[in-house]
Design a protein. Structure first.
Length: 262
């Protein structure tokens, strides 16, 4: 009866080797490059508008803040999507930003979109926008770190038969600046694709699913990534609950991933 245990131990050891080999190469961006990446993501999320740094989309139960529209849940609400804003706030504070006390390690103080919009021009909201507009580089660095940390997580979650291709496609994308930006932007835009709650009809739309949909090696990675992302997002909308009305977002989503090859 020892054989199954030995096989399981061997499989775990092999997975550990794969994960250790999966780490993205450290290639720090300059402050100027981080600023440029941040401003492009800000443009993608809300047209680069200062007001867009504090948003609450119709039909959603949470605020979307900063250049990456990081999610912030109200007290008592547990949504299916990754809540990144509290982590961002801690990161900003740890790197010297003057984060207001009412923001740090607190739930979103607005419980509905109506409350949020009613408060839009108040000193409190202006204070939040001032923080977010003044920390573009730090927010961009936060996004870069998320991208760098995504590969081991995806390989651990992926079926064994997909792991080598996912790793190869990730490294293939990192070979160019356009590919690196696409990875940074997409993992912020639609997540790693590893959470069961971020799926419809059992199918995800995150970075893992996009990379798994790519094949081959060499040039053309960004074009393939863009096409795979568009297919994953189209499938998401087709599988989404009709009440969410996600079809209204699909044209903008397609334009965003198509921009990776422009």
């Amino acid at each position: 009866m020892k054989t199954p245990l030995l096989l399981r131990a061997l499989c775990l050891s092999l997975l550990a080797v794969v994960l250790l080999a999966a780490k993205a190469p450290a290639a720090p961006l300059s402050d100027q490059e981080l600023e440029a990446v941040g401003r492009r993501i800000w443009q993608n999320e809300c047209g680069g508008r200062r007001d867009g740094l504090t948003s609450w989309n119709a039909g959603e139960q949470f605020a979307s803040l900063g250049i990456g529209h990081f999610i912030w849940y109200p007290k008592g609400y547990q949504g299916p999507f990754d809540e990144a804003f509290p982590r961002l706030a801690r990161y900003l504070a740890a790197n010297g930003a003057d984060v207001p006390e009412w923001v740090l390690d607190k739930p979103c103080p607005w419980s509905s979109r109506e409350e949020f919009l009613a408060d839009f021009r108040t000193p409190r909201m202006e204070e939040l926008r001032r923080l977010l507009a003044g920390t573009i580089r730090l927010q961009s660095q936060f996004l870069v770190q998320r991208m760098e940390a995504s590969l081991p997580k995806m390989l651990e979650a992926a079926p064994a038969a997909q792991r080598e291709n996912v790793r190869a496609q990730f490294q293939r994308m990192l070979a160019t600046s356009a590919g690196t930006f696409a990875l940074i932007d997409y993992v912020n835009f639609k997540g790693e694709g590893i959470k069961e709650t971020e799926r419809y009809a059992g199918q995800g739309w995150g970075l893992l699913q996009v990379l798994a949909g790519m094949k081959g090696a060499g040039p053309g990675a960004v074009k393939q990534f863009s096409a795979s992302a568009e297919a994953a997002l189209t499938k998401r909308v087709a599988n989404s609950p009709p009440a969410r009305g996600e079809a209204r977002w699909l044209p903008g989503w397609k334009n965003r991933v198509r921009s990776y090859v422009q």
